[in-house]
Design a binder for this molecule. Structure first.
Ligand SMILES: CC(C)(COP(=O)(O)OP(=O)(O)OC[C@H]1O[C@@H](n2cnc3c(N)ncnc32)[C@H](O)[C@@H]1OP(=O)(O)O)[C@@H](O)C(=O)NCCC(=O)NCCS
Length: 175
């Protein structure tokens, strides 16, 4: 499956959600059933990278996607070195709520392309509405290594899941 040039906002009339399969049931269900509804409800934005070839139903398979939303974290959840100048009320962050690459496209660098695209999107957003950091909720601990190689640090682990963060200042310096 070849991917097209750029990430675009999910459009259920154009993008084929049922054929997406990344090997993780929860993420498959998210893009198939919840992503469009959540956008309609105004609680997150899902960006997809369509394949370049169209299916018989006239829609394009999804090669990769990410979903983002605003959020907040407690100052106390951050490592000591980050607490310094921060106030004691909830700290605004951007959250990468979900992110996945279709199984047919994995291990070809698309995970990196997807994460970079999400971080660039958030960097641009940060020019207008500031947030302290980007948070990512890992589906399981085995994915931590993927995010760690781009500078994400662990915030906490619970019930096999983990939350990681990357300061927005670092994101701005990356590009
Ligand atoms: C995790 C995922 C996004 C990685 O996508 P991918 O396209 O296979 O990754 P890439 O080919 O871009 O790999 C980029 C780098 O990350 C590394 N990497 C990939 N998956 C990794 C993992 N699970 N743990 C540690 N490193 C990983 C690769 O080895 C590669 O390193 P290199 O640049 O030194 O060669 C993809 O496997 C996926 O969607 N998995 C199922 C859903 C999932 O777990 N999503 C994350 C939810 S939080």
């Amino acid at each position: 499956m070849n991917w097209s040039g750029e990430f675009v906002r999910l459009d259920k009339a154009i993008h084929d959600r049922p054929s997406f399969d990344c090997g993780e049931v929860k993420l498959n269900e998210f893009i198939r059933k919840h992503a469009a509804r959540h956008m309609e409800a105004g609680i997150n934005t899902t960006m997809v990278l369509p394949a370049s070839e169209v299916l018989l139903n006239g829609k394009y398979p999804i090669c990769a996607f990410y979903a983002i939303a605003p959020g907040s974290i407690e100052r106390e959840s951050l490592p000591k070195s980050h607490k310094g100048k921060l106030p004691r009320y909830p700290i605004p962050v951007f959250i990468i709520v979900q992110m996945a690459v279709h199984s047919n496209c994995q291990k070809q660098g698309l995970g990196k392309i997807t994460l970079v695209s999400a971080l660039k999107y958030l960097r641009d957003l940060n020019e207008h509405m500031r947030a302290y950091a980007v948070i990512v909720d890992c589906l399981n601990e085995s994915v931590e290594g993927f995010y760690a190689q781009y500078g994400f640090e662990a915030l906490f682990r619970a019930q096999g899941r983990s939350r990681m963060f990357l300061p927005m200042k670092t994101v701005s310096m990356l590009f």
